[in-house]
Design a binder for this molecule. Structure first.
Ligand SMILES: [Zn+2]
Length: 450
């Protein structure tokens, strides 16, 4: 059980007592948790180290607690006032929401229903937070909520008591970014592991992209593979509005560990990229798999399939995948052929300089034209079963001087590595990230040892 879950359990046990000992409001469970963390340190401490059943991800929850402290500190409760917080539920209405917040104030309710400035409170989507300050009689003193689409351009709605009535105003909501760390272990699929570690999908997909030159996430993953990831999140008024970039990541696949640190060029030129801790670029001239990996295809791909990713006598690699799975060009290049090619069915051939070409066969649909320039990772068609094929799969050939070779046996060149001043800059960034990884793995080892 997580620390937070334990706290909630204790709070639920305390709630009836609080309700009877005080004639005032029922404060929401979440607000009480905040108070306990901030003011009830003595009560919290003995509960925490029950490590026997703590999974690795509990570390994450403990790291999150200082944020809650900061939040409650900023609320600075005044005697006779209560702060309550609730989330909008599906099918919610204003009366139900005010009830849960402990607001007993018909004047406030009719103001919110009738005032154009306050009414956006009624349109909040489920999951959004509403905070209310109330006095001992349940009168609303103020209510705040973040309004907007939940991503960019959100504003903070403040409704407050003003003399005999209320006023509603909207303020710009300030952005702030946080750095989050998560770690997990693959047991059934990548997404099952990232879900369990509360890693957002956008971050999981970045992980896949970052290591896609070295790991084919559809066929290389093994039970027991581990990951650690450090990423940015963007917040507004206590709500996470979006995830940002992965700053660093580590992936242990089949006993081999890959590390990645984001490095933006100090001169602001170019987009930056991912490097290992020594400053070597992770991006290579070719991706390990031409198949796009997604939550939808991952369940299929994690099953062991007899022909998945195997080098065949017919000089290609067959990737089993459902019809319609996007096929990506594994490198930058120019489309040399796009169309029907007999036994190959619908096929695309991409030329990468003088030496290399790649071919993608049996497509259900071609999404490239001859002469078109394609970037690494760009979708050029979709998996199908056209030509001499017994079922939906991608036949992929990697040709050097027009001779098909096993790409797994070829040393693929890396993108340019860092050097000089950039490398010195990078070493400082990498040292910090290396330290974070060490902290995370140290913690999980310690927990596992108890
Ligand atoms: Zn084949």
């Amino acid at each position: 059980m997580s620390l937070r879950a334990k706290l909630l359990e204790v709070v639920s046990a305390l709630l009836p007592a609080l309700r009877t000992s005080s004639k005032t409001r029922v404060i929401s469970g979440s607000a009480l948790v905040l108070s306990l963390v901030a003011f009830g340190a003595a009560g919290v401490a003995p509960m925490a180290p029950d490590a026997a059943d703590l999974p690795v991800k509990t570390v994450v929850e403990e790291l999150a607690i200082p944020d809650l402290n900061a939040q409650i500190a900023s609320l600075s409760p005044v005697a006779g006032q209560f702060v309550a917080e609730e989330r909008i539920r599906p099918g919610d209405n204003l009366s139900a929401l005010l009830d849960r917040l402990g607001v007993n104030d018909s004047q406030a309710a009719s103001f919110i229903r009738s005032d154009a400035g306050a009414r956006p409170l009624l349109g909040l989507r489920p999951g959004r937070r509403v905070q209310a300050t109330i006095d001992g009689d349940g009168r609303l003193l103020s209510a705040t909520a973040l309004i907007g689409d939940g991503r960019d351009e959100n504003r903070k709605l403040v409704i407050r008591r003003d003399g005999k009535g209320f006023v509603a105003e909207q303020q710009a909501a300030a952005f702030d970014s946080r750095v989050e760390m998560r770690s997990g272990e693959i047991r059934s699929s990548l997404f099952a592991a990232t879900d369990a570690a509360q890693v957002p999908d956008a971050v999981a997909m970045q992980l896949v992209e970052i290591f896609s030159s070295d790991i084919d996430f559809a066929s290389d993953l093994r039970k027991g593979d581990r990951f650690q990831v450090v990423y940015e999140t963007v917040w507004q008024d206590g709500e996470m509005v979006r995830t940002g970039r992965v700053l660093a990541a580590e992936f242990s696949n089949a006993g081999k560990t890959f590390q990645a640190v984001w490095f933006g060029r100090p001169d602001g030129e170019g987009d930056g990229g991912y490097y290992d801790l020594q400053g070597k670029a992770l991006r290579k001239a070719f991706l390990k798999s031409p198949l796009a990996f997604s939550r939808v295809t991952s369940g299929f791909a994690m099953r062991v399939h007899p022909i998945s990713g195997q080098w065949k006598q017919h000089k290609g690699i067959d990737f089993a995948a459902p019809t319609g799975t996007p096929i990506r060009s594994t490198g930058d290049g120019v489309v040399e052929f796009a169309g029907n090619a007999g036994g190959y069915g619908n096929m695309v051939v991409v030329r990468h300089g003088n030496l290399y070409t790649t071919a993608y066969a049996h497509m259900s649909r071609v999404a490239a034209r001859r002469g078109m320039r394609v970037a690494q990772g760009e979708v050029i068609g979709y998996v199908g079963s056209t030509g001499w094929s017994t079922g939906p799969h991608l036949h992929y050939e990697f040709r050097v001087n027009n001779i098909a070779l096993n790409p797994n046996s070829i040393v693929v060149p890396h993108a340019q590595s860092l050097a000089g001043v950039e490398l010195q800059h990078f070493r400082r960034v990498a040292a910090d990230m290396g330290h974070r990884f060490a902290l995370m793995s140290g913690t999980s080892l310690q927990l596992a040892a108890r």
